[in-house]
Every structure is written in C-alpha cells, then in structure tokens.
Design a protein around this ligand. Structure first.
Ligand SMILES: [Zn+2]
Length: 316
C-alpha cells in the first residue's frame, strides 16, 4: 500500500522561477541552471520509481512512503522508504546516465559521459549509510528495532556501471520488485498494526524541505533579478496593467490574473512579506491604490495597523 506520495517539488519550482528572473550574465546563472536541470532529472527518475510501485504489489504486508524527511540531529531525507513487519528498505534513486564508477577512499560517484568528460557526485553509499543510521536511531526512539536495508536505484536508461558499489546493491528501477521480494522475511519484528501506526507517525513527523525565499537560500541579491510581470506566451517581463487586465507590450497577450503569479514569485524568490511599495516596484505599477487592491484581492495574510506598516504574507 502506498501511504505517502511525493510532496510538491519546492526546490525545482523555485529554481525554475529563479532562472527566469536571473539575467544571463549573472555569476550564479550557470549554477542555478545546472541545479534546476538536476532537480528536473531527479523528478523524472522518481516518477519511474513511483510507476514501479503503482504497478506492482507484494505478497506480504508493506507500506511505501515516498519522499520522507525526518528530524534527528538535523534533517534527513529518504527518496522512498519501504516498510514491512520484517524489515525496512531505504531506496535512494539516481537519475544519472553514462558510465558510473563508485569510488572509495574517498567515497564518490564518478560519471563519464560519451565524450569522456567526468563529473563527480556525492556518493549514494554515504547517503544511504547516513540515512540508515539516522532512521535506525529515530525508530529506536519510537521503541522499534527492525533490520534496515539500503539500495541504490538507477533510473536512467542510459546507465552503465563500470565499478559497482561495495557496501550496497545498485539495481535498475525495473528490478525493484524482484529485489524487495528476495529479501528474507524470517523474523517478524513488528505487527502489521504497529507497522501501520508507525507509518502514520512517520507521516506526522514528515518535515519537507522548504527552500523559500530562493534569494536567501542561494545568496543572491533581490536587486539582481528582473522585475515586472511575466508574459507566459513570449516569456518577457513587460506586461502592463490596463482595464481589461495585464497586456503584453511585445506580443499583445492579455492575462487578467498575471499579477497573482508575479506576487507568488515574490514570495518564492524574494521575501516572506511584501508591502505596497515593494509590490509596485516588482510589478511595475505606479498607483498605490491599484497595488493595494491587487494585494487585497489575493488570499494573503495581512498584518499591520496603519497605512504605513501594512504587510502581506503568503499562506504556504
Ligand atoms: Zn508576450
């Protein structure tokens, strides 16, 4: 049974919006774009893992929890947690194509692409080792002792393993069912009732990673970003407010609610609060009254008592 699906991809959404508003020449542009592409690849890899679990079921009781973030000496995140009355498995998925070498001393993952260019990634073995230790401790605090296995799931169809990992298995996502079915189920450590209760407790304690506002997260000055309301049709920041809605000066596209997206972008990228002046500057509006009306039309949290200190917050 799948008890927890993946949460909204805050990081990917944030990186996409940041990329749109960051000028090409900015010193962080390349890094942000590569992080965005990695996040996108990660998501498509996870979708492949999800499909496997949606398609197959197992001949014993189990619970699947996708994208679990728990806290113990800091946060730790697991791509997928497979829980049974006999054991738990942490599945760490990697959507990396090319020739992979799992190196030791120091532990790293090296990938050589077709042209022979080598990229280096954090070792998934280290990630699993850390997560296994922390999950074990976390479960013990809840009074549960159960064997925990870890496995690296390779989700890219163009992957070839040159040097396999030594501490953990690396499998292709298509073989997840076979791998999980073959783990011995000798000793029942918890009852099915306890397993379900534990899953609920994991979901209650789940604390998804929240990276907003992105400018603070990445040390980018908000003044470096393009301001203005984005035209979704021609992807330029030049929409002007008229009676019939927002009009693109370039392609003529009209969007009545373009300000809602722009104000949301403010909260994703720039700040936890927005005031009238900031709204006018970000949306390129001259009128205090119009900015006030737009902000009030949205379902935001309003604080402040006098005209001068009114601020709005997004309800995340
Ligand atoms: Zn346009």
């Amino acid at each position: 049974m799948i008890m927890k699906v993946r949460s909204e991809e805050y990081s990917y959404v944030g990186l996409q919006l940041l990329d749109l508003r960051l000028p090409e020449a900015h010193e962080m542009k390349e890094l942000i774009r590569s992080k965005m592409n990695m996040a996108k690849a990660g998501i498509s890899g996870e979708v492949r893992v999800d499909r496997v679990f949606n398609k197959y079921s197992f001949p014993f009781e189990y619970v699947v929890l996708h994208d679990v973030s728990l806290e113990l000496y800091g946060k730790f995140q697991m791509d997928t947690l497979f829980l049974t009355p006999y054991f738990a498995v942490i599945l760490e998925s990697k959507n990396i194509g090319g020739k992979l070498s799992f190196k030791e001393n120091p532990s790293l993952l090296e990938r050589a692409n077709e042209e022979g260019k080598v990229d280096v990634f954090e070792s998934p073995e280290v990630q699993i080792e850390r997560n296994t230790y922390l999950l074990d401790e976390w479960l013990k605090q809840k009074g549960v002792t159960i064997p925990i296995y870890g496995v690296i799931v390779l989700t890219n169809s163009k992957v070839r393993v040159i040097e396999p990992p030594t501490k953990y298995n690396a499998i292709l996502h298509q073989t997840i069912p076979v791998y999980l079915r073959n783990i011995p189920r000798e000793k029942q450590c918890i009852s099915s009732k306890d397993m379900n209760a534990l899953s609920k407790e994991i979901i209650t304690n789940n604390k998804p990673y929240f990276p907003y506002p992105m400018c603070s997260r990445w040390g980018i000055h908000p003044n470096d970003l393009y301001t203005g309301v984005l035209c979704e049709k021609c992807e330029t920041f030049g929409m002007g407010k008229r009676k019939n809605g927002w009009n693109c000066m370039r392609c003529g596209h009209v969007d009545r609610l373009a300000h809602e997206k722009a104000i949301r972008e403010w909260f994703v990228l720039v700040g936890e609060t927005i005031n009238n002046r900031q709204c006018r500057k970000f949306l390129h509006i001259n009128s205090h009254h119009v900015a006030s009306r737009l902000l009030q039309s949205m379902d935001l949290i309003r604080t402040g008592t006098s005209q001068s200190n009114i601020e709005y917050k997004w309800k995340w």
